[in-house]
Design a protein around this ligand. Sequence first.
Ligand code: CAA
Ligand code: NAD
Length: 283
Amino acid sequence: MVIKQVMVIGAGQMGSGIAQVCAAAGYDVYLHDLKKEFVERGLAGIEKNVQRLVDKGRLSVEEKAGLLERIKPSADLQNAKEVDVVIEAAVENMEVKKQLFAELDQIAPSHAILATNTSSLPITEIAAATSRPEQVIGMHFMNPVPVMKLVEIIRGLATKDEVYAAIETMAKELGKVPVEVNDFPGFISNRVLMPMINEAIFTLYEGVASKEAIDEVMKLGMNHPMGPLQLADFIGLDTCLYIMETLQEGLGEDKYRPCPLLRKYVKAGWLGKKTGRGFYEYS
Ligand code: CAA
Ligand code: NAD
């Protein structure tokens, strides 16, 4: 299958990173969000990232211009009628994703693959919202997308081998290392990572130590690049909460119960780096 035109849905931190690496690999990309302003914010982030690469001498000014030209803004889902692959990176909410996939199924050409960057939600259930579940697949990038090598690829119950092969090839063309994972809540990455982050939040909640001490222990003691609370802020506390809820509901065990402090922060709108405040404050 020839993949040329891609649409990335959601111009947040993941969607803009995915659009950047797709354009860098030579794909034409629509970066789509609910509002033009959201797309413009995503594009501004990409511009900044790419300029950093120019400043470091890793990209020429011409390459930067070519990369940015390959990304077209979209606030109209009808643009999906031209695409070969959609990569959905909207909010981590099953109803939103099902609604989007049902609409995309109506709009996208019959050959198009509909991929989701969901962190934890069942691919099979998202696929069931379409009439082409054999062309729906999980393509789970890590944050920050331009830096992190991993892409988890998850088949739904009906995903065809050719679709898996096309997405695996695409991930390699993006310079990523694909790893196949079965369709279980949280896949591998968040099944293992998120309970650690949740436990770090419980550690803070129960007064075991300060947030700085918890992060310092995990950074210096375990050689993690970021402490778990700093990482939670970086991922987004809303996303962390939704993932824990999916693990708790999908795996049916109390050990995945989200910490009440995580719920409180999300209710307060303290979503981490993206809103300027989470466990830490950001200017
Ligand atoms: N976008 C693009 N590039 C970025 C970036 C961003 N947001 N942030 C950092 N970089 C680049 C920098 O430009 C720098 O590039 P060079 O080495 O080529 O010069 C490189 O990354 C290192 O950056 P810094 O020196 O500024 O900072 P650092 O050494 O602390 O690294 C980090 C930053 C890569 C983010 C590192 O702290 C890290 O690996 N953190 C953990 C990230 C992680 O665990 N991600 C997975 C989250 S879970 C997930 O994604 C799944 C999910 O579903 C929730
Ligand atoms: P984000 O909050 O930064 O961005 C989400 C974007 O989606 C926003 O711009 C929002 O306006 C847009 N959006 C919401 N509903 C939409 C709709 N119906 N149509 C079009 N756009 C819509 O979130 P994010 O961190 O980029 O996460 C996006 C997805 O990627 C989630 O499913 C998340 O679980 C997953 N993910 C996140 C991370 C992470 O570290 N943050 C890592 C891997 C995967």
